[in-house]
Design a protein around this ligand. Structure first.
Ligand code: F6R
Length: 616
């Protein structure tokens, strides 16, 4: 949410900043802006409401020159999207510029303090207050202070309540870039004679070879030939240099019209990546070394709490069924945002699993901190290497799905479910599953990538179907047991990218009120593969047909019975029922995608949304 890119090096900053911003546009797309200090020590700021293309258009006719700069793409929190509210923001002198990701909660108090000191503001943002506050301290410090800008940043941040990832430059310091973070991600990218700051690694892979994932409270001061990191929270600061594993190409769109479609088609690979090196055919189990738990500790788990938001929570719901049926451990799934404030009774034999693609979702991080505060062991399932979830948990499993850039999560959902399968298998083999049962599960897992490929071959059919359903008023998504999480996910995909009202429910809830929504203009997507509740689902399906509702069934290959009842059927290959969610979700992703395209929606950047929700 909001993207920051900053550069200090030997090259012209503007093209690198714009390239980085395009990479981060999925984090916010209300407005964007750039500030550069030129060779004569003058600060230039250009910012525009709207997409980055708008900013590029303006800069195209009048480029900014200079090798030090900061830039930002915004998802509005305080103040409507407008030129004035766009970042960067300047201090009272107009010589300091700042970009910010996060929320300054006490900005009203700080604003009043600055107004009393004679400051005046150009925008409605909390960020401008922070720029002025740093400028205020800068003015207080002696001119001869060699660390004047860093000390001003430090003094201002001590007064701030809230979250921030910031980058700061000053016209008087053309060789200095300062960054700081608390609650919002910030990464230092290190290249040959150049440095980057960014909220996301995808923006720095153009030049950086190594990265430092800054910790909460860190302040990084970057000069032309060196950098140093200090902390607002700790006396001594260590940092880890990591190789940048992401390639420039992996974040490119290639021949696909949208990232979402690319990522849907990357799912066979995402599944392979999630299980590569983690299957143990000899013992019929999974190897998950990143959990950092001995068999003895794994055996001692008596209860599992799963938290996440949106799609990640839906994967957690599938995880609940998996862990309960394969490992016989009681599981509870909660919205991370609810768990954080709910006084849930927990005991020392419980563990918490936090699920997050980005690893930076503020609500999920808050839930992790609450669980840790209460003494729970916390594990993470996340995609982003080095993210806050990865660093703040006691152990976990990386998804290795590659960058997910489309705002609608797709491949991360199937990866997360696959990791729950591996975890359930590992815990199950310590308890009730025999080696033979474990091996059968491993074989079924290995078949999944090809099976997903088979479903992807049906994209043309689903595209044609989308034309027929694109004008409907609303959609219902129904499923039971393992398919419940998929029904919820299908509804989320549909509403977030098509803007068509869509609801997901357990199929049996139909008669308890939902049936009232069924009519000719509200089709139902019914998840009814051949599983333990197939017959029950067929009865519910007939109840919809009896009310003249149309049904798109997601069914198992070879099911002739369903074709007689449903208006449309999309078949998926046969698999054990606990693996079926990985297959049945694919047609739902494609259906939402093709309806959104047919309606002319901005698929990768749906209105009002942004990826990686770093504010509560
Ligand atoms: C939906 C979607 C969101 C995210 C949610 C959690 O398509 O992308 O619902 O799933 O914001 O994000 P992460 O997984 O990054 O914590």
């Amino acid at each position: 949410m909001c993207g920051i890119v900053a550069y200090l090096g030997e090259k012209e900053a503007q093209p690198l900043l714009l390239h980085g911003l395009r990479r981060l546009e999925y984090r916010g797309y209300d407005s964007s802006g750039i500030a550069v200090v030129d060779r004569r020590g003058r600060l230039h700021v250009v910012k525009r409401k709207g997409r980055i293309s708008e900013l590029e258009r303006v800069l195209g006719s009048c480029p900014l020159t200079g090798t030090l700069g900061i830039s930002h793409t915004r998802w509005a929190t305080h103040g409507i999207p407008s030129d004035a509210n766009a970042h960067p923001h300047c201090d009272q002198s107009g010589r300091l510029a700042l970009v910010h990701n996060g929320v300054i909660e006490n900005y009203q108090n700080l604003r009043q303090k600055l107004l009393d000191l004679g400051h005046s503001f150009q925008s409605e943002t909390d960020t401008e207050i922070l720029a002025h506050l740093i400028g205020h301290y800068y003015d207080q410090l002696p001119e001869g202070d060699p660390d004047r800008l860093e000390n001003a940043v430090r003094a201002a941040l001590k007064e701030v309540i809230g979250t921030y990832g910031i980058a700061v430059i000053h016209a008087d310091h053309p060789d200095l870039l300062i960054g700081a973070r608390r609650g919002s991600p910030l990464i230092l990218g290190i290249g040959l004679g150049e440095y980057f700051l960014s909220s996301d690694v995808t923006a720095v892979c153009v030049g950086a070879q190594k990265v430092v994932y800054l910790n909460d409270g860190d302040i990084v001061t970057i000069g032309r030939h060196s950098f140093h990191i200090s902390s607002l929270l700790r006396d001594s600061v260590g940092f880890e240099l990591s190789e940048l594993e992401l390639s420039e190409a992996s974040a490119e769109l290639g021949d696909y019209p949208h990232y979402m479609l690319k990522e849907i088609f990357e799912q066979p690979q995402a599944i392979r990546n999630a299980f590569r090196g983690r299957l143990d055919p000899e013992e019929g189990t999974a190897k998950l070394g990143g959990l950092h738990m001995s068999p003895h500790e794994l055996l001692a788990i008596r209860r599992i709490l799963i938290v996440g938001c949106g799609t990640a929570r839906h994967a957690g719901i599938v995880g609940e069924y998996l862990l309960e049926s394969l490992a016989h451990i009681p599981v509870e799934v909660d919205y991370a945002s609810e768990f954080r404030y709910r006084n849930a009774p927990i005991d020392e034999k419980a563990i918490l699993i936090a699920v997050s693609q980005s690893g930076e979702t503020a609500d999920t991080l808050a839930a992790i901190r609450e669980a840790k505060r209460r003494g729970l062991r916390v594990l993470g399932i996340c995609n982003r290497v080095g993210s806050s979830v990865a660093r703040e948990t006691d152990g976990g499993v990386y998804m290795h799905a590659g960058p997910e850039i489309g705002v609608a999560a797709t491949k991360s959902f199937v990866s997360q479910i696959l990791i729950f399968v591996l975890l359930a298998l590992l815990l199950g083999r310590l308890r009730y599953l025999s080696v033979g049962q474990g091996r059968a599960i491993l074989e079924a897992i290995e078949r999944l990538p090809d099976q997903v490929d088979e479903i992807l071959q049906k994209a043309g059919l689903i595209q044609e179907m989308a034309q027929r359903y694109k004008e409907v008023r609303g959609f219902l998504f129904l499923g039971r047991q393992y398919q419940l999480g998929v029904a919820l996910e299908g509804a989320l995909k549909m509403k977030e990218i098509t803007y068509i009202q869509a609801e997901g429910h357990p199929a049996a809830e139909l008669k308890h009120g939902i049936l009232a929504l069924v009519d000719e203009n509200t089709p139902t997507v019914f998840l009814c593969p051949r599983d333990g509740v197939y017959e029950k689902n067929l009865s519910n399906l007939q109840e919809i047909k009896a009310r003249r509702g149309s049904v798109i069934a997601i069914a198992t290959e070879g099911d002739t019975q369903i074709a007689k009842l449903a208006d449309d059927v999309i078949y998926v290959p046969e698999a054990p029922e606990f693996l079926l969610p990985i297959l049945t979700v694919v047609p739902l992703q494609l259906l939402a995608y093709y309806i959104a395209v047919a309606l002319g929606r901005d698929v990768d950047k749906p209105r009002n949304l942004a990826k990686s929700v770093t504010v509560e």
